[in-house]
Ligand binder design. Structure first.
Ligand code: HEM
Length: 404
C-alpha cells in the first residue's frame, strides 16, 4: 500500500485508521513492529493477512501486549467498528475510494476474508458481511457521469445573468411559465406510470408535486388570465415531447427526468429562487417563487435528509446495468434540453413588465400542499376548542358571581 498511501489524499495526514484505533492497536501483538498492512497492494493481500488472524482470537479471554487479560472477541468487534466508521467518514469527506470498492475495508474484503473471520467464529454478524454489490452506487454514478453537463448548465450565460441579478422580469416570468409545461408533463407521466415498480419507488407527489405551486405563481406573475398568456417555447416543446415519449415507451427512463428536476429543485433552484425574490423584490409570502418551495421539507436540514433518502432509493432500484446506463444518458440529454432552453431565455426581449404588488393572502389562494387540509383542520379545531373554552369560562364565571 506504500504507493497507494503516498498518492492517497486520505493518508495525507497519516493513517486515519490507526489514529482512531491507536489505543487498541497497542494492545495487539501483530502491530508491535508497525502496521502489518502497510506494504499490501491489493484487497486480496489484505485478505491474506486477515487469514493469519489466529484462531485464538475467537476466544473471549486472552492476553494483550501489556500482559493484561482482555476480551479479544469484543476488542476485535470494536476495531472492525472503528474501521467501518473511519471508512464511512473518509467516504463522506472525499467520495468513494476507487481502489477499495465498498463502504469499508472490511466490506471491501468481499468475501474471502470476511468468511475467514466468520469461520473463526468472530464477532461479525450477518449484517456485517454485506452482499456482493456493484462498485459504485447508482446515485453516485448518475451524479459523477452527469456532473460535466451540470457544470455546463450552471455556467450557461442565462444562469450567469440570473446569478448576477441581470435578468429582466419578463425573462424571469418566461422562465417560470415554460418550466410549468415541463412539470405538467412530467407529473402527469409519473401519475400515469405510478403502478410501474421503478416509478412507484420515486413517485412522492405529496412531497414533490410542483404543478399547483406553479399555477399559483403564474397567476401572480401574469395576472388572473394567466392561462391565455402562456405557451411553451420551441425548446420546451421538444423537452415535453421527450418526457411524453419516455413515459409512453420507456417509463423507467422517467427516473432521469424526475431526478434532474427535483434534485435540481432541492439544490441550485433554491439559490435561484432566493435570487429572484431579491432581484424583483417579490413578496415575503413566497408568491412568485413558490415553485421552488417544499412545504413538506421546510428546513435545509430536512431537504438535505430528503436528498440522501432519494439517493438511497435510486441505489436500491432494481435496474439492470443496461437500464442504469440508459438513465444516465437520459440525464445528460435532459441537461442538454435545459441548456437549449436557457439559450432561448437569453434572447427573451424585455417588455418593461414589472412585478405586480403583493396579492392579499386568502387561504383559498394558497395551494393545498402549502396550506394543507391538516393545517386547515387543526385551525378549525383550535377555533372550536377556543370558543368552547371561552363559553365554559363565561358560564362558570357568571354562575360563580351569581351565587356570591
Ligand atoms: C446556477 C445554477 C445552479 C447552481 C448554483 C447549482 C448548484 C448545485 C449544487 C451546489 C448542487 C449540489 C447539492 C448537493 O449535493 O446537495 C447541485 C446539485 C444538483 N443540481 Fe444544480 N445547480 C444549478 C443549476 C442546475 C440546473 C440548471 C440543473 C438542471 C436542470 C441542476 C440539477 C442538479 C441536480 C440534478 C443535482 C443533484 C446532483 C446529485 O446530488 O446527484 N442544477 N446543484
Amino acid at each position: 500500500m506504500v504507493e497507494a498511501i503516498r498518492k492517497c489524499p486520505a493518508f495525507e495526514d497519516g493513517c486515519s485508521f490507526s489514529k482512531r484505533m491507536e489505543n487498541r492497536l497497542n494492545e495487539c501483538k501483530a502491530f508491535k513492529n508497525g502496521c502489518p498492512f502497510k506494504d499490501v497492494r491489493t484487497q486480496k493481500e489484505i485478505a491474506e493477512i486477515m487469514k493469519t488472524i489466529p484462531i485464538s482470537h475467537h476466544a473471549t479471554k486472552g492476553t494483550a501486549s501489556s500482559g493484561d487479560e482482555i476480551d479479544i472477541a469484543a476488542t476485535m468487534k470494536q476495531m472492525i467498528g472503528d474501521i467501518r466508521k473511519t471508512s464511512f467518514d473518509l467516504n463522506q469527506q472525499m467520495g468513494k475510494c476507487p481502489i477499495f470498492s465498498s463502504d469499508s475495508v472490511v466490506d471491501g474484503l468481499n468475501n474471502e476474508a470476511a468468511k475467514v473471520l466468520r469461520d473463526l467464529d468472530m464477532v461479525l454478524t450477518e449484517e456485517d458481511i454485506p452482499e456482493e454489490k456493484s462498485d459504485l452506487e447508482f446515485s453516485k454514478s448518475i451524479k459523477n457521469e452527469s456532473w460535466e453537463a451540470h457544470e455546463h448548465a450552471t455556467t450557461h450565460p442565462f444562469m450567469n445573468i440570473f446569478m448576477k441579478g441581470d435578468i429582466s422580469f419578463e425573462q424571469y416570468r418566461q422562465f417560470v411559465q415554460n418550466l410549468y409545461f415541463v412539470y405538467l408533463t412530467l407529473e402527469s407521466e409519473m401519475d400515469r406510470n405510478a403502478q410501474n415498480e421503478i416509478i412507484n419507488a420515486i413517485h412522492m407527489p405529496k412531497i414533490l408535486s410542483r404543478v399547483a405551486l406553479f399555477e399559483n405563481d403564474l397567476s401572480y406573475l401574469f395576472g388572473e388570465n394567466w392561462r391565455s398568456l402562456i405557451s411553451p417555447s420551441d425548446s420546451i416543446n421538444k423537452y415535453t415531447k421527450r418526457i411524453q415519449f419516455i413515459g409512453e415507451n420507456h417509463p423507467e427512463l422517467l427516473v432521469a427526468h424526475h431526478y434532474i428536476r427535483y434534485m435540481g429543485d432541492l439544490s441550485g433552484a433554491q439559490i435561484l429562487g432566493r435570487k429572484a425574490q431579491k432581484i424583483f423584490s417579490l413578496p415575503e409570502s413566497g408568491i412568485g417563487i413558490n415553485f421552488v418551495k417544499f412545504s413538506e421539507l421546510p428546513t435545509k436540514e430536512e431537504m438535505f435528509q430528503f436528498k440522501n433518502r432519494y439517493r438511497k432509493i435510486l441505489d436500491n432500484l432494481p435496474l439492470s446495468e443496461k437500464i442504469q446506463k440508459e438513465i444516465i444518458d437520459e440525464v445528460n440529454l435532459a441537461f442538454t434540453l435545459n441548456t437549449d432552453f436557457f439559450s432561448e431565455m437569453v434572447l427573451v426581449k424585455d417588455t418593461n413588465a414589472t412585478p405586480p404588488p403583493a396579492p392579499e393572502i386568502s387561504r383559498e389562494s394558497i395551494p393545498s400542499s402549502n396550506f394543507n387540509s391538516f393545517t386547515n383542520s387543526v385551525f378549525v379545531s383550535l377555533t372550536i376548542l377556543g370558543a368552547i373554552s371561552a363559553s365554559l369560562f363565561l358560564y362558570y364565571y357568571n354562575e360563580h358571581n351569581y351565587h356570591q
